[in-house]
Design a binder for this molecule. Structure first.
Ligand code: DX5
Ligand code: ZN
Length: 227
């Protein structure tokens, strides 16, 4: 069974106090810090750029998991690497050359991820699997926090888990993850759960992270026994 990691998304944080918010989710037990970068072109929202990632870097030693929802992505990858991103994830749909983007990320000494929006088939990553450290399955359409989990994504997570096989690749999910859906995605084979609204709800970060983690762990254990 895979260890379950929780990656709180700072998209749901108070942007006027981001450094403090990053420290708070670190202390509350978040494993990675998930940073959503949006360009108002690939997705209908604009958020964070490399300068903000660089400003956040001194606030935590945890993994900065940077999710680029931008197109094109190649011109900005180096800036995010220099800013201190540990993992840089690009969208398969952002183009134009996914294989080149993944090579570029690894050449900068960072871990490379690819993300798929809900309508993209898992076959999009078949020929780049050996260039990947992480696959990010979007379980909502990217652009906003607080949307509802798309149930059809459970099957896709299962297919990707089988494609990964014994490769050391994380399978991360993002969008609509809460205590209920955490169980669904963990049973399907996800090992890194991004959560924005469900972590920041009510200001009880530690309690929320623990509830998501324990729901995911139990569901993953039951799924393994059933195999
Ligand atoms: C959506 C972002 C997500 C978002 C998740 O485009 O990629 O990381 O913050 O938010 P919740 O957990 O609220 O769905
Ligand atoms: Zn994200």
């Amino acid at each position: 069974m895979h260890e379950i990691l929780i990656a709180p998304s700072i998209l749901s944080a108070d942007f006027a106090r981001l450094g403090e918010e990053v420290r708070a989710i670190d202390v509350a037990g978040g494993d990675w810090v998930h940073v959503d970068v949006m360009d108002g072109h690939f997705v209908p929202n604009i958020t964070i750029g490399p300068a903000v990632v660089a400003a956040l870097r001194p606030h935590t030693r945890k993994v900065l998991d940077v999710h680029l929802m931008i197109a094109p992505c190649d011109p900005y990858i180096e800036a995010f690497a220099r800013a201190g991103a540990d993992i840089i994830t690009v969208h398969a749909e952002a183009g134009p050359h996914l294989d080149r983007s993944l090579q570029l990320i690894r050449s900068l000494g960072r871990k490379a991820g690819v993300s798929l929006t809900p309508s993209t088939h898992e076959s999009a990553i078949h020929h780049v699997l050996d260039r990947l450290d992480l696959v990010l399955v979007m379980t909502v359409n990217p652009g906003f926090g607080g949307q509802s989990f798309i149930p059809a994504m459970a099957e896709k997570i299962g297919s990707i888990r089988r494609m990964i096989g014994r490769r050391p690749i994380h399978l991360e999910v993002d969008g609509g993850v809460n205590v209920e859906t955490a169980a669904v995605v963990a049973a399907a084979g996800a090992d890194v759960l991004v959560a924005g609204s469900a972590v920041f709800a009510g200001g009880r970060y530690a309690e929320n992270i623990e509830a998501i983690r324990s729901a995911a762990r139990s569901a993953a254990a039951v799924a393994i026994q059933g195999k």
